[in-house]
Structure formats: C-alpha cells, structure tokens
Write a protein of this length. Structure first.
Length: 172
C-alpha cells in the first residue's frame, strides 16, 4: 500500500539490480522508509543476487520481487509506482523508460548516453560511481515529491510507434 520505487527488466548483471539494492539498504539503515519493487524475469548469472533477495530481512516489507509478471500486473505496477529507477550500465534503448512515460511515472536513470537520448530533460540522472549517488538521488526525489517540486515530466517524452521507429532507422 505504500508508494514504491520500481525497477523493470530482466534481472541480469548489466541491469545493476544489486547496485540499487545496496543503495536502498543504505537508505533503510538511515531510517528512510522507501519501498523497492523489482519486476522482471530472473535472468542469468544472478543466483547470488536472487538468493540475497529471497533471504533479505526487508523481503515482503520494503522489498518485493515480481518474477515474470504478466502484462496486466506490470501495467498495475507502473500505474501505482512513485518512480522508475533504471540503473543499467549499458542499454540499447531502455524500453521501461518509454513504458513508464506512458503512465506518467517519474524517472530516475543511470547517467548513460542512451538514457539521455531517450529521456532528455524529462528525467533525473545519477552516477554509477557509488551507491551513495543513487541513495542521495532517491532522498532528493522523496524530498522534492513531498514539497511538490518535481519539475521533470516523463509524459513529455516523445513516444514513437514501431512504424515510426523503423522508418527513422531506415532513413537514418
């Protein structure tokens, strides 16, 4: 029932789920009552991370995993999310950004070039240098949200259809 930060995508190393969990552990240790929901299919080479999730003391309290959610469940997660966190080290595009924008969900994205290209000024960005960078960004988001001073609007991201994307690629 609490507002939550949402991660969407296959659970795999390059998506940086462990980085995000470590940042939230810092926040929880500091008394910040933030909820993290991870939605995606369990991928490859993440067994230690999945084991950590399964045994985490915040599991089903402030930490939730939706393994392979249906389209309906995923849509509900987006509709009720406080913010999307996308912490990838590397991406080809970042479909969850556009999906979140469709629902008007604010965006907190890793500072990689493709995310700037997709989201422009309609998102907040954080460095992957240290989990403290993300923890601070989440804290600022919470403060700004409570003060009503979030200026970025994911709904302003231009969303192109598959056809428009293909034509753009071909015209490239």
């Amino acid at each position: 029932g609490k507002p939550y930060f949402l991660m969407v995508g296959t659970v795999e190393v390059r998506k940086n789920h462990l980085f995000v969990l470590n940042a939230f552990e810092k926040l929880w240790a500091e008394g910040v009552d933030a909820v993290l929901c991870i939605a995606g299919r369990i991928g490859w080479k993440v067994e230690p991370f999945v084991e950590k999730l399964r045994n985490h003391p915040e599991r089903d309290k402030r930490l939730f995993l939706f393994n392979g959610p249906s389209d309906e469940v995923l849509a509900g997660l987006y509709r009720n999310a406080r913010c999307l966190i996308f912490a990838s080290k590397d991406e080809g595009f970042g479909l969850p950004i556009v999906e979140a924008a469709h629902y008007g969900v604010p965006l907190l994205l890793s500072n990689i070039p493709i995310f700037h290209e997709v989201a422009g000024d309609n998102a907040r960005f954080f460095s992957l240098e240290d989990t403290r960078c993300l923890a601070d960004a989440v804290s600022r988001f919470i403060d700004d949200e409570s003060e009503g001073t979030i200026g970025e609007n994911s709904g302003d991201i231009p969303i192109r259809s598959w056809r428009e994307s293909a034509v753009g690629l071909l015209d490239g």
